[in-house]
Write a protein of this length. Structure first.
Length: 210
């Protein structure tokens, strides 16, 4: 007996200030692998062309039990996260930690942490890239910690190298950036397929207990 095809939506978010750069490409690699599985619908979002203000910690969202009062692109990104079954998030490693773009997405959603719970039980995958691997473990951990604050379950992670240790120079053999790092590409593909697997299992289980 063949296993049923469980249809899931996988969202890829690239938290980078550089449109069409290495981070965008790495997240898209993961999404392409995910899209190759029957029943999977994917969507890609880059934060490079989004206007997302920093959280002011004004407490308005908490006091009013409502979404952030600042009107910008973060609400559209949040809506896409709420609608997805699995979320793949990637961000570059700067100064041995995660860059701020992805962090702002989570910081601006404090209402989701305390009251919304619309991401409860979703699964996520974390991706980062940086120079010589330094700090990437911390960047991945930050992504996973932020996911868990929103009750997203991290199920996969991977990283890629795009520059040398010395002065942050680009790796000389990488004419195509991150796409010339085989281990990084292979790891991103694994993140994509693993997120799909767990997203399908979670959705199947939820529907079975209705």
């Amino acid at each position: 007996m063949e296993s049923p095809i469980v249809k899931v939506r996988i969202l890829g978010i690239s938290g980078t200030p550089i449109k069409d750069g290495n981070c965008d490409k790495l997240v898209q690699v993961a999404l392409k692998a995910a899209a190759g599985i029957p029943g999977v619908e994917t969507e890609f979002v880059t934060l490079a062309d989004k206007k997302i203000a920093e959280c002011r910690h004004c407490q308005w969202c908490v006091k009013n039990k409502a979404r952030c009062k600042i009107k910008d692109d973060v609400h559209d990104v949040h809506d896409k996260m709420f609608a997805a079954d699995g979320i793949i998030m990637g961000g570059p490693t700067y100064c041995q930690v995660l860059s701020t773009q992805l962090q702002n997405v989570f910081f601006r959603g404090r209402e989701e942490i305390f009251f919304g719970h619309r991401c409860n039980g979703k699964v996520g995958g974390a991706l980062t890239l940086g120079w010589f691997g330094v700090g990437m473990e911390f960047a991945l951990k930050i992504i996973e910690q932020m996911m868990m604050s929103w009750q997203i379950i991290p199920v996969a992670r991977s990283s890629a190298i795009v520059s040398t240790f010395w002065k942050g120079e680009h790796v000389r053999y990488q004419e195509n950036g991150v796409m010339d790092h085989p281990a990084g590409v292979f790891g991103a593909m694994g993140v994509g397929t693993t997120v799909v697997k767990y997203a399908q299992m979670m959705k199947y289980a939820r529907e079975a207990v209705k």
